[in-house]
Write a protein that binds this ligand. Structure first.
Ligand code: MYA
Length: 630
């Protein structure tokens, strides 16, 4: 991981020169001699991502402030018409504990889900689906997440990744052929990427598809593991290596291609359902392809483009996980609150004890932040944004860790009762564990966020470096940069959210402004210090990702609360409390992470971690003897 860092600014040491005084001095010096023609470089693509931009200490607020107004009146009405039957399905038909015990969803329940249209929420109505946008889909995901995550994965694997490629990249013919049967024909879909030797390193898959001599088919061989719906899906989006010839050089290379594969093409088999810790009712199986003959028309998104197709399918669906888990958290909070306001111990309801109050409050902070993020992202996607990948990755990491925390705390509040199966929380905790692992493990997504952000900031620094070589043509850019740095040095200016955030939240907004300022400086200092070798600094990259998560969550919360104030929502005072408490906590964590990056009291721990880990691996377990030495 990750090839992208190879593009991070080369010769980073020269960036040390970028500060207010040296910038001017360098500019003046360069003015004496005729500037060399700058080397042509790829222009930096415009990027509206709030997260990518704050990696260079800049606020690009268009996707965050004001909080996007989610739905039109008509969309809201359509959604409310669907909410009722979906809710009733979970009350009247679905039994999560029965599904869990049986490790299966019975036919009646599956039929009811198909009848609800739950397998085709975002398919256009003319192709048999519900025609929901991302925000409407997210709201329905919340209900599913509040009730049964196993059912959620069954319908999610089908549409969020299984056939999402056809929606995003399919030709008209592919859409017309496949989407109606996947929407109403009770035909299941699956997404087949992971292989025995290829998990997080998705580019290393070994399945191979070879073009037939007549050029009409690809012959696919390979095996996939842990495929959700793999035991019953009849249509799969499958990724395999194909030989691609570079049209310019004639060079042959292996590149990944995505295919729509029907079980009926032949040679497709699957293993038995995997026995899992959680989401037991969702089917997970190995899938094997042996000389499977795929018509060339079933290539999805172009030959050789499969890696991008896979990444973008995953990017596109990640906010759905955040939406679902905000529903899960709400359900856990409900159980915890009901218990806390009824259970009497030591003569008082336990809700009156500070220890319980802190738990409930912090559970609510995480739920509010996750929900604010999920619908911020869905609304931006609905508005046509293409720059949401980092935000979506953050939402998946944040939601999965928050939901784990919230469910665990709910169990703690319920005590012995929480540990009992009948309460339903132990199933939720088991179900939740996988969310930190699949769809891009949280560790990998943290690196993805940090390195992508650094790459973006690095490209801008490189631009500045080029401008310094040719100051006459770049006066505007240079003076802007020089004054920004001079103001920063004098402790004035910096990121200011006045006007974007309600004045009653100004103190909280100031905290995240300070974090963004400090973050831009931290990223720049790391680029200067490590250059492209930053890729090897995973201890630091994790801290950066955590800082990015805290800043983004704070911005979402501030923006949502400001909108609630503007709309005069009933819950406004409660939301203000959540927002203020969240921003204070997040700012404190930010400072602590900055110490972990800059302060030698922390950074000297990292080589120790490395050595301890090496010792453990060498010993194949605990590397010290027990205190009794027997
Ligand atoms: S499905 C399996 C999930 N598997 C993964 O997520 C794999 C994780 N691995 C990766 O994401 C990649 O391999 C990483 C890149 C990130 C490690 N968006 O050199 P590179 C571009 C756009 O960095 P690598 C499952 O779990 C990059 O810019 N582009 O790549 C099912 C570069 O482009 P260029 C991206 O080092 C669970 C090129 O690719 C992205 O190999 C079931 C190469 O980049 C990106 N993200 O590693 C869930 N990443 O060449 C059910 C890279 O142009 C769902 N690139 O510069 C249910 C949901 C609903 C919930 C409902 C519940 C109720």
């Amino acid at each position: 991981m990750l090839r992208l860092t190879s593009q991070i600014v080369r010769n980073q040491n020269s960036l040390v020169a970028i500060n207010a005084s040296r910038c001017l001095a360098t500019a003046a010096k360069l003015n004496e001699a005729p500037p060399k023609k700058p080397k042509a470089d790829k222009a930096i693509a415009p990027n509206k991502s709030f997260v990518a931009n704050f990696f260079r200490g800049k606020v690009e607020s268009s996707q965050v402030f004001p909080y996007p107004y989610n739905l039109t009146e008509e969309e809201r009405e359509t959604l409310s018409m669907v909410i009722d039957p979906v809710t009733r399905f979970f009350v009247d038909v679905n039994d999560p504990l029965k599904n869990d015990d049986a490790a299966n969803i019975d036919q009646n329940t599956m039929d009811a889900l198909w009848e609800l249209g739950a397998f085709a929420i975002q398919v256009p109505t003319e192709l048999g689906g519900m025609g929901a946008n991302n925000t409407q889909y997210g709201r329905l995901c919340q209900i599913v997440g509040a009730n049964d995550l196993g059912v959620g994965i069954t319908i999610g694997a089908h549409q969020s990744i299984g056939f999402k490629g056809i929606l995003l990249y399919g030709t008209d013919e592919q859409k017309k052929k496949y989407l109606p049967q996947l929407s109403t024909g009770k035909v299941g879909a699956a997404f087949a990427l992971t292989e025995p030797a290829s998990g997080s390193d998705a580019a290393s898959i070994r399945s191979r598809a070879v073009l037939s001599p007549d050029g009409k088919h690809y012959i696919l061989n390979g095996s996939k593991i842990w495929i959700s719906n793999g035991g019953w899906a009849n249509i799969m989006t499958v990724f395999a290596k194909t030989e691609v010839t570079d049209p310019n050089t004639g060079e042959k290379k292996d590149k990944i291609t995505a295919f729509v594969v029907e079980r009926g093409f032949g040679g497709v088999t699957n293993g038995p359902p995997e026995k899992k810790m959680g989401i037991k009712c969702s089917n997970t199986a190995e899938v094997y392809f042996e000389d499977t003959k795929i018509p060339v028309e079933n290539v999805l998104g172009g030959v050789g483009n499969g890696f991008k197709v896979a990444m973008n399918i995953l990017n596109n669906g990640r906010f759905g996980m955040a939406a679902s888990l905000s529903g899960t958290m709400a359900a856990c909070i409900k159980k915890a609150a009901e218990h806390a306001s009824n259970r009497v111990q030591f003569g008082k309801k336990i809700e009156e004890y500070g220890a319980i109050q802190e738990k409930l409050a912090r559970m609510a902070l995480h739920q509010y932040a996750t929900e604010s993020m999920a619908f911020m992202i869905s609304s931006n996607m609905d508005a046509g944004s293409k720059d949401y990948h980092l935000e979506a990755a953050i939402s998946k990491v944040f939601a999965s860790e928050s939901a784990w925390f919230v469910c665990d705390e709910a169990i703690q509040i319920l005590g012995g009762m929480g540990y009992m199966k009948q309460t339903g929380l132990e199933k939720v905790l088991r179900d939740l564990r996988i969310f930190r692992i699949f769809e891009g493990s949280n560790d990998i997504l943290r690196l993805f966020v940090a390195l992508s952000g650094i790459q973006f900031a690095g490209a801008h620094l490189k631009e500045l470096q080029r401008a310094l070589k040719n100051p006459a043509n770049n006066l505007g850019l240079l003076f802007k940069e020089v004054s920004k740095r001079a103001y920063r040095k004098a402790g004035i200016g910096g990121v200011d959210f006045t006007g974007s955030v309600d004045s009653s939240l100004a103190d909280s907004a100031k905290l995240i402004g300070q974090s963004i300022d400090a973050f831009g400086q931290t990223v720049e200092s790391l680029l200067v210090k490590y250059g492209k070798n930053i890729i090897d600094q995973q201890f630091l990259l994790k801290c950066l990702a955590d800082q990015a998560i805290d800043i983004y969550a704070s911005a979402c919360v501030l923006s949502r609360c400001s909108r609630s104030i503007e709309q005069g929502l009933e819950s406004v005072e409660h939301e203000k409390l959540l927002t203020k408490a969240w921003c204070t906590e997040a700012a404190e964590r930010f400072i602590s992470n900055n110490k972990k990056i800059h302060d030698t009291r922390y950074t000297t721990i990292y080589p120790k971690y490395t050595q301890i880990s090496k010792n453990i691996c060498a010993a194949q377990g605990v590397a010290n003897s027990n205190p009794l030495n027997v």
